[in-house]
Ligand binder design. Structure first.
Ligand code: ATP
Length: 153
């Protein structure tokens, strides 16, 4: 790889307990953190941030790719970003029916819990994951995936 190309890019690795989701050189990545969206370019100051479920933007060869990443953390170095999160999916791999079922189940659990309890906190997190997955399909999914919304609305 040419030196200038290497200088303007950085390594990105995204690892989950289920898979090595992504490994490659990128121009930039934008992550959903507990403090809001964080855009990271090569040369960023070293930092560790907590991630919350959201849609990440990965810019690779000037082309933007979108991916859902759920709870986790990112370790940012000047030339490498390592993301460790519970789950990561490309929009086209999201099962809409499963996300909707997860949303309905978690909403019921949330409303059935009488007081603010662990059950309610877990349910809120599940709702958030399901919402992000549904939004990712709405915004970046395939036409076939979107047909699902038309059929069931
Ligand atoms: P569910 O209750 O449907 O399992 P969840 O939010 O609890 O949803 P996670 O624990 O975030 O699921 O993810 C478990 C695994 O299942 C991960 O590999 C994740 O990528 C995958 N996954 C979860 N929901 C979906 C979905 N709607 N479409 C595709 N993969 C999914």
């Amino acid at each position: 790889m040419a030196k200038t190309e290497e200088k303007n890019t950085m390594m990105l690795e995204v690892v989950t307990p289920y898979q090595h989701f992504y490994e490659g050189r990128v121009d930039s990545v934008t992550l959903s953190t507990l403090d809001g969206e964080l855009g990271i370019c090569p040369g960023h100051s070293p930092l560790v941030v907590a991630l919350t479920p959201g849609i990440s933007r990965i810019v690779e060869n000037s082309k933007t790719k979108y991916a859902v990443m759920t709870e986790g953390y990112a370790e940012i170095g000047q030339h490498i970003v390592v993301v460790v999160c519970n789950a990561a999916e490309w929009p086209e791999d999201i099962d809409v029916a499963r996300a909707r079922a997860a949303f309905d189940r978690a909403s019921k659990r949330y409303h059935d819990a009488k007081t603010e309890s662990d059950a309610q906190v877990y349910a809120r997190h599940s709702i958030r994951r399901a919402r992000v997955r549904i939004k990712a399909v709405e915004m970046y999914g395939t036409d076939k995936q979107k047909e699902h919304f038309n059929k069931t609305e």
